[in-house]
Ligand binder design. Sequence first.
Ligand code: FAD
Length: 497
Amino acid sequence: MISKKDPDIIRAYLEDSSNLKGGYADEVVIPENIEELSRFLKKANAAKEPVTISGGGTGTTGSRIPFGGVVVSLEKFNKIIRISAPDMSAVVETGVIVDELKRAADKENMFYTSHPTESTASVGGTVATNASGARSFKYGSTRNYIKRLKMVLASGEIVDLSRGQVMVSRDDPRVRLPGGSEIGLPLPAYSMPDVKSASGYFVKKGMDLIDLFIGQEGTLSVIIEIEMALVKKPEKILSSFVFFDNNESAWNFAVDARDMSKKKLPRYTASAIDALSIEYFDSNALDFLKAGNAGIPASRSCAIFFEQEVVPDRDEDEILNEWLALISKHGASLDDTWVAMTEKEAERFTGFRHAIPEAVNDLIRGSGFRKFSTDIAVPDDRLLEMMKFYTDALAHQKMRHVIFGHIGENHVHVNILPGSEEEVALAGELVLKFVKKGVSMGGSVSAEHGIGKIKHKYLEEMYGTSGVLAMSKIKKAFDPNCILGLDNIFSRELLKL
Ligand SMILES: Cc1cc2nc3c(=O)[nH]c(=O)nc-3n(C[C@H](O)[C@H](O)[C@H](O)COP(=O)(O)OP(=O)(O)OC[C@H]3O[C@@H](n4cnc5c(N)ncnc54)[C@H](O)[C@@H]3O)c2cc1C
């Protein structure tokens, strides 16, 4: 196993996209095969040495940043083992970069639906955070596609777990792992909200054990190999940027597009509208794009980006006309609407979408302060109220901010960009206010980025201290010495270390 102790090399593992400072580690180890990793974990467990698992380092919650102990880098597990078009699946090692998988799947006319916007993430990282992307509106999160995980537990035990193989019951806490060992796994009583969520462990009545390891943020196991379902690549995608004069029109457009796509009312059943993604950009987000000379109509203050697959059995003109009618209904100018009908144009639009979080991250990196970012999702019927709550509060505080993201899933990111220590304190208070509001509506505090090291108190808002304590018993069942992903999801104080 490769070991690196040079501080200059270690430094590269002390950051992600959260701008969380102060990380430190004694060593970075790079196992070259699963047996080596297993032996290493066995030793670390015996020595109670903290182990932080590092993927692509694109996470936004500081979850791969170590605060002590050893970093395990999985860069040697970088092979695409198999891509099979007939059964629409892939088997890959954890360190494969999402973009590489996307390109390999593309050759077979398929794609990995749950790619997050940041394509330099590792596939293992997307599983460990249950990542989503713009198209999760149609396809759901990573969880829906995971068929099998090969993992190493803190004890060094190697577990190869398929979906459907081990079910967990609230009545009987004993679980037999595929390797033969048995553990007591007390499932907490909390119920997860019925919204998009990556807030702590997945727990549901009669659940599949594999679901615990998806979204675990490096706290339960080291994922080494992933078998996933792929989907057929859409033959043609219609995508569009629609620019609006005011927020209310954009939000109402998004609600209609969402409800028509989900066929929420009987009158929508025959609608040709069936979006893959519905994304929102406020005026500050558009300013970032204008700075890149994107030719955005100067008079418009916000935008919705949407995509829809054009399927052969549906008339393309009918789809386009329905969207155009919806755009007109909500007062947007058709002259200022951009429509991409080719893959190249669509890629340009996706590039704009990606440019916003990147620009925000660059700006905040240069400022020396950390950004405060929400990741809250609320139920369908509370979206408009939540959007108004955000914009009213931000207008009152007059702090630099950007709002963008997955409005179709009632999930936008509010990024507050403080410019002074005073603003840092204010931003923290404001985000907590948003979290409390989202929770009071039946929402989740993290819809896709996870809890990591910076959102512990939000998780307590959602499940209460008793709920989080009950959740931590799952961690202790798999990792009694709490060596894996220390400070992720749970503070070390809560784990009583
Ligand atoms: C510009 C930008 C846009 C983004 N857009 C999105 C988006 O649209 N949707 C979204 O969901 N996220 C998004 N993200 C966040 C990020 O890309 C995802 O969280 C991604 O899944 C992290 O993967 P990673 O490999 O970089 O993980 P890392 O940051 O390295 O690690 C993240 C967590 O996963 C754990 N982990 C990594 N590998 C393993 C493993 N093999 N076994 C066990 N645990 C492991 C780590 O310990 C850590 O807890 C964005 C980030 C950026 C910078």
